[in-house]
Design a protein around this ligand. Structure first.
Ligand code: ZN
Length: 309
């Protein structure tokens, strides 16, 4: 499909961006060092999950994400099998795979306006794609499923907002409500950006302090920042990718007040834009199964570091 079939992704439509001071990243590195020490090997070295990634694409080189021969297909967004006990036992993580591959066929539904607390916004967007047609929605689902496997291996209860099990959406307000309803200890919304060629790297989006309508992020701003800093630091370490060279002033962190998925959250939540699908070098990473495995591991290590702090 042609890339200009895709409107700008949600994350690029916001009018306000406030870069986070570089100190935040320095703190992230420090936190990461501690977190990495504690979390190092927690995913790599953990025993094979009892519930293999039946819904994840096959991986020939890592038993962690290889489907078990007897694995039954995923039938819903929640874990279907007993979880192993691990350092994240008792914790709930909601993973939000950005967009939905079916959104492009449901223009009317995803263009419908929903209340994001501080205003109204479209239900969802199609997301972006590489120039070769690899859709962001495919990327987000793939990384999210890998991330689910890694977190479940550590005992976490994981819920996906969508698992390729619905024809479109959910809308951004519902995505937020799922995290709230599950009383998630952490929520990560997985995305990839659609910016200009030459713009490279990842960034984590943190909720700004907003209040209005059904939105009140006062209680989640600080823990979400903590979560985001740890994800950013671990993402750098595991993937080797640099923080964005076009958003966040080199910190890999951005704060926004225009995303319903953040505004309506009552639990700690961040978005991660894993790279720029429109840049050829970033696209080569995003379309690489090996890199996506590392991306999921970097996020998992960040979430684990946050939950074990
Ligand atoms: Zn997106």
């Amino acid at each position: 499909m042609r890339h200009d079939d895709f409107p700008p992704p949600t994350s690029r439509t916001g009018p306000r961006r406030r870069p986070v001071p570089a100190a935040a990243v320095l703190a992230g590195v420090c936190l990461t060092a501690a977190g990495c020490a504690a979390g190092s090997g927690s995913a790599e070295g953990s025993p094979t999950a009892s519930r293999q990634a039946s819904s994840a694409p096959a991986s020939s080189s890592s038993p962690r994400v290889s489907p078990a021969p007897d694995a039954s297909p995923s039938t819903g967004p929640t874990s279907a099998r007993p979880l192993p006990r691990g350092p994240l036992t008792g914790r709930t993580v909601v993973i939000d795979p950005g967009h939905n591959p079916g959104n492009r066929d449901h223009t009317r539904e995803i263009n419908a306006s929903v209340d994001i607390g501080t205003g109204r916004k479209e239900c969802d967007t199609t997301g972006t794609a590489t120039d070769a047609g690899y859709a962001e929605a495919r990327f987000t689902l793939d990384v999210s499923r890998r991330l689910r496997t890694l977190l479940e291996e550590q005992g976490a209860r994981v819920v996906l907002t969508q698992d390729g099990d619905r024809s479109f959406g959910p809308c951004v307000d519902e995505r937020a409500r799922i995290g709230n309803k599950e009383r998630a200890d952490a929520v990560v919304s997985v995305h990839a950006d659609g910016s200009a060629t030459g713009n490279r790297g990842f960034h984590v989006i943190l909720p700004a302090a907003v209040s209005g309508g059904g939105a009140d992020t006062a209680k989640i701003v600080a823990p979400s920042r903590e979560l985001g800093v740890r994800i950013a630091g671990n993402f750098v370490r595991v993937t080797g990718s640099a923080p964005s060279n076009y958003i966040g002033g080199g910190t890999g962190l951005d704060t926004r007040d225009d995303l319903g998925g953040l505004n309506l959250s009552t639990v700690p939540k961040v978005f991660i834009e894993c790279g720029n699908m429109r840049d050829p070098k970033d696209a080569a990473l995003l379309t690489s199964e090996g890199w996506r495995r590392k991306a999921a591991l970097g996020i998992a290590e960040g979430v684990g570091s946050y939950l074990k702090r």
